[in-house]
Design a protein around this ligand. Structure first.
Ligand SMILES: *Cc1c(COP(=O)(O)O)cnc(C)c1O
Length: 413
């Protein structure tokens, strides 16, 4: 038996420090843990920390409006509602995402239409979107999966002249650049998650960003019960179904501190992952993340595809087993195929009759939803390293590289 390359546990990530603790205590001492009121008075936009946090986000992303929410799932539900959708409207979405991107569509009785990902970036494929557009298409949700920006410009050119909105789910990419813009600021409306697993966190939380006044107004109403619409504007009154998606003051205060650290957290992660790419690039049979100044990666997950050359000799599970035996941590085989979730496959979200798919004849057909690339990557060739879980060091990266070399040599790859 040879000696294990990595004999210790990687350090667990923790972005919460002194500043977050101090600012939380400060809020606690005021006794006002939320400043929200549903009616259109002073409290409609929340307490001082929430408003300060939103101002900070508007400045950071250089957008007109930031709307904090108590999770990004809440944010996605809010965004779909802000678009003024009709039941049965279609929203095109990627199969490779966290399920909330898709369930948010169903919450408004709209139909998710899946467009496959491509092998290049694991994001929704603009060419496939083209084939999915119908006269019921209301929006497209592009997800910056694993932290790599989706190609919003290509999607925009496809929908030119059509009344279709682009939503971006930037939960895994809070500070990624796409052609000189921060991803999320190049769509009609986008946003971020601040849950515990993301680059920065407030425990639970999220934020919507947009430059559209109308979408921002509707989002603020949906976030906060929608009651205020009654008082002010008859036009808005008719179709605002509100929730309580309000962020607390402590979370907002923590968010303000977390944003001061974000650029550093991202650049550190980038340095480490770029080192990993350079190290692994000399090995045969690995497709590694691409990056350029025009399209930067946030590495929520470090993505790898095993080539046919490797897979002809060994299965992914054999390779993972060997890497794990050598001490490599955070390996995942495949990713979520949301179109394969039972609720989606069987086209039934409520009750027993196939709602909301049964709103339209075409969509209620029990035809199989197929996303070939996503399925193949999930089943056979995709391998990820959950770098989001750890505070990795240069040494950790060097040892991960060493473990890959050792296994490649051992297996004769
Ligand atoms: C984390 C995540 C969400 C959900 O965010 P929450 O804040 O946990 O509700 C949605 N989409 C993607 C791509 C995510 O990674």
């Amino acid at each position: 038996m040879s000696v294990k390359t990595i004999k210790y546990k990687f350090k667990k990530k923790n972005t919460i420090g002194k500043k977050e603790i101090q600012s939380s205590i400060k809020v606690l001492k005021t006794g006002d843990l939320s400043g929200f009121m549903a009616s259109r008075n002073h409290g409609f936009l929340g307490g001082p920390q929430v408003r300060k946090f939103e101002k900070k986000l508007e400045k950071f992303y250089n957008v007109k409006y930031a709307i904090s929410v108590n999770s990004w799932t809440s944010g996605l539900i809010t965004i779909i509602g802000s678009l003024d959708v009709e039941p049965g409207d279609e929203i095109i979405v990627t199969p490779w995402t966290m399920c909330a991107t898709v369930t948010a569509i169903l919450h408004w009785n709209c139909i998710p239409i899946f467009a496959d990902i491509n092998y290049e970036d694991y994001c929704i494929d603009p060419e496939i979107i083209k084939k999915k557009i119908t006269n019921r298409t209301k929006a497209i949700i592009a997800v910056d999966i694993f932290g790599y920006p989706a190609q919003i410009d290509k999607i925009r050119s496809i929908i030119r002249g059509k009344n279709i909105k682009i939503i971006s789910d930037n939960a895994q990419a809070p500070y990624a650049f796409y052609k000189n813009k921060i991803s999320g600021t190049n769509s009609d409306i986008g946003g971020f998650s601040f849950n515990y697993h993301k680059h920065i966190n407030t425990g639970e939380g999220g934020a919507i960003i947009t430059n559209s006044k109308q979408l921002a107004q509707r989002s603020r109403l949906i976030r906060n019960h929608g009651e205020a619409a009654v008082l002010n504007n008859k036009k808005l009154l008719n179709n605002i179904l509100g929730y309580n998606f309000r962020l607390g003051e402590i979370e907002a205060a923590i968010g303000i501190e977390q944003y001061k650290k974000l650029k550093k957290i991202i650049s550190t992660r980038q340095k480490l992952c770029r080192k990993l790419t350079i190290g692994l690039s000399k090995l045969d049979g690995l497709v590694l993340p691409k990056e350029s100044p025009q399209r930067t990666h946030n590495y929520y997950i470090y993505p790898i595809t095993l080539s046919e050359k490797v897979l002809n000799k060994f299965s992914r599970s054999t390779i993972i087993k060997h890497l794990e035996m050598d001490g490599v941590q955070g390996l995942i085989a495949g990713y979520e195929n949301v179109h394969k979730f039972p609720m989606i496959e069987h086209k039934i979200a409520y009750g027993t009759k196939g709602f909301p798919w049964n709103i339209s004849k075409k969509n209620s057909k029990k035809s199989k939803i197929i996303c070939k690339n996503a399925e193949k990557l999930h089943k056979k060739s995709f391998l990820g390293i959950e770098v989001c879980l750890y505070e990795l060091s240069n040494k950790d990266i060097e040892l991960i590289i060493r473990a890959f070399y050792k296994i490649w040599k051992k297996l004769g790859l």
